[in-house]
Ligand binder design. Structure first.
Ligand SMILES: Nc1ncnc2c1ncn2[C@@H]1O[C@H](COP(=O)(O)OP(=O)(O)OP(=O)(O)O)[C@@H](O)[C@H]1O
Length: 177
């Protein structure tokens, strides 16, 4: 069977203190030794990876993301996309908090991937690497450049170039990243 290039991981986060205080109940659980979760009494869903409420940032990174960083260094493209309702743990998992205020083992995907990428670059003296970063918030159909906050939202567009690469185009400087 042909391998599908998209993998879906689901992570269950623990109840927060305020949720415990309000007597919220856990409604989703893992099926031991499978990649399945049960929602409610009997609705079973299967994913490529499942992580329970006690899963660590390291476990998530090592299982799902590290292989992508290795492929990236070999020249492949990779995208990691966090999806879920508000408060479900996207920012926590992806590691979007202020890096200085997060303990080493609490660091999420972004700081771990960047660390690994630059480690690899420093070990590969005979390869030329070119690293570019863009950091864009998409909220209610509007884009905001988080690295250039005074850029007008109206000046930002997502475009595809002739090679099919998607990037942020700023009319201000007409560069495609
Ligand atoms: N795996 C986890 N272990 C412990 N706490 C977690 C975990 N995932 C999320 N949390 C906590 O749950 C709360 C909500 O998480 P987070 O802010 O990451 O959600 P979000 O999906 O980014 O929400 P929003 O879409 O509203 O920005 C935070 O207080 C976060 O620290």
């Amino acid at each position: 069977m042909e391998e599908i290039p998209i993998k879906v991981a689901v992570r269950i986060r623990p109840l927060l203190s305020k949720e415990i205080l309000h007597n919220h109940q856990v409604c989703v659980r893992l099926v031991p030794n499978t990649q399945q979760v049960i929602i409610g009494k009997d609705r079973v869903f299967t994913f490529d990876f499942v992580f329970g409420k006690n899963s660590t940032q390291d476990e998530v990174y090592t299982t799902c993301i590290k292989p992508l960083v290795v492929s990236l260094i070999e020249g492949y493209n990779a995208t990691v996309f966090a999806y879920g309702q508000t408060g479900s743990g996207k920012t926590y998992t992806i590691g979007g908090g202020h890096i200085a205020s997060v303990a080493e083992d609490e660091k999420g995907i972004i700081p771990r991937a960047i660390q690994e990428l630059f480690q690899s670059i420093s070990e590969n003296h005979n390869i030329d690497f070119n690293v570019k970063v863009s950091y864009i918030e998409v909220y209610k159909e509007e884009l905001r450049d988080l690295l250039e906050l005074d850029t007008s939202m109206k000046d930002l567009h997502i475009r595809e170039d002739e090679k099919g690469n998607t990037g942020r185009e700023a009319y201000l400087n007409s560069m495609i990243y």
